[in-house]
Design a protein around this ligand. Structure first.
Ligand code: CP
Ligand code: NVA
Length: 299
């Protein structure tokens, strides 16, 4: 079982992972459920939250995590993904990978014989969505919430589209023209009976919303496109009037003065630190759930 994107889980499995996560957050980890287990963490891109929450999580669960940056393993020096996947699987119990090309994590998952968890690709960020679902339910007590996405229709947005489709969240996605979600994601959401409303008008998107969610305009790896993207996203920065009394979410890191202002990020409506904290709980829930799933298969 892998988590390449949120819809690798069934709806029942998604809820089971979130229950494990909520339980882990509420009561902590009494024993060491992942004692003697190791998580390999492959990072092609930088990270604060993903790296620290996974590494800390493995410590809390009684296991160990190995950080593998671009220069640390042969993968960054020409060893094929499929060879890396098979060799690593002989040592570790889980692999988490943050890579540029989504197809690379798909290939890693195909060849690994241990669970592969996507720690962000250009197209998806399922661990962020698990944390966001946990955060929304803890904030509102329900998934029956109207969320407006204002920003780029790439990784964080696309996994949220799938997460919303698998819960009662009513999602409206506002992107500039040319930055919409992929048609494949749209179809997968439709298959889950959860097609988001799409628009190029951020003001219209936030009408009736309980939550406004935004993300950086220039994602990791897009630095060369910065000038063009700043022009294309003009008008998509959150303003006080768009926010009103709505809850504000951001996966972080934030670029104050671009997609969000300092006042909004520091204001009472922002729940971004709860989101960041919930990365730890959501992933701990996921790791323990995956381990239990593995035990059930062996029995
Ligand atoms: N939100 C998120 O994934 O943050 P990092 O890039 O710091 O891991
Ligand atoms: N869209 C952002 C998300 C960072 C967590 C990026 O890919 O850089």
């Amino acid at each position: 079982m892998n988590l390449v994107d949120v819809d690798d889980l069934t709806q029942t499995q998604l809820h089971a992972v979130l229950e494990r996560a909520a339980e882990n957050k509420a009561v902590g980890t009494e024993s060491a459920p992942l004692a003697d287990q190791t998580l390999a963490m492959i990072f092609e891109k930088p990270s604060t939250r993903t790296r620290i929450s996974f590494e800390t999580g493995m410590t809390q669960l009684g296991g160990h995590a190995i950080f593998l940056g671009p220069d640390d393993i042969q993968l960054g020096h020409g060893e094929p993904i499929k060879d890396t996947a098979r060799a690593m699987s002989r040592y570790v119990d889980f692999i988490m990978a943050r890579m540029f090309d989504h197809a690379d994590v798909v290939e890693l998952a195909e060849f690994a014989t241990v669970p592969v968890i996507n720690g962000l690709t250009d197209d998806a960020h399922p661990c962020q969505t698990l944390a966001d679902l946990l955060t929304i339910r803890q904030q509102f007590g329900t998934f029956d919430v109207d969320v407006a996405w204002v920003g780029d229709g790439n990784n964080v947005c696309q996994s949220l589209v799938l997460g919303a489709a698998m819960t009662d969240i009513d999602l409206t996605v506002a992107t500039p023209e040319g930055y919409e979600i992929d048609d494949g994601v749209r179809k997968r959401a439709a298959g889950l009976d959860g097609t988001p409303t799409e628009t190029n008008d951020p003001e219209a998107a936030v009408e009736g919303a309980d939550v406004i969610y935004t993300d950086v305009w220039v994602s990791m790896g897009e630095e060369q496109k910065r000038a063009q993207k700043l022009r294309d996203f003009d008008g998509f920065g959150l303003t006080e009037s768009m926010v009103g009394d709505r809850t504000v979410m951001h996966c972080l890191p934030a670029h104050r003065g671009e997609e969000i202002t300092d006042d909004i990020l520091e204001g009472d409506n922002a729940i971004v630190w709860d989101q960041a904290e919930n990365r730890l709980h959501a992933q701990n829930g996921l790791l323990v759930w995956l381990d239990e799933l593995d035990d059930e298969r062996i029995v």
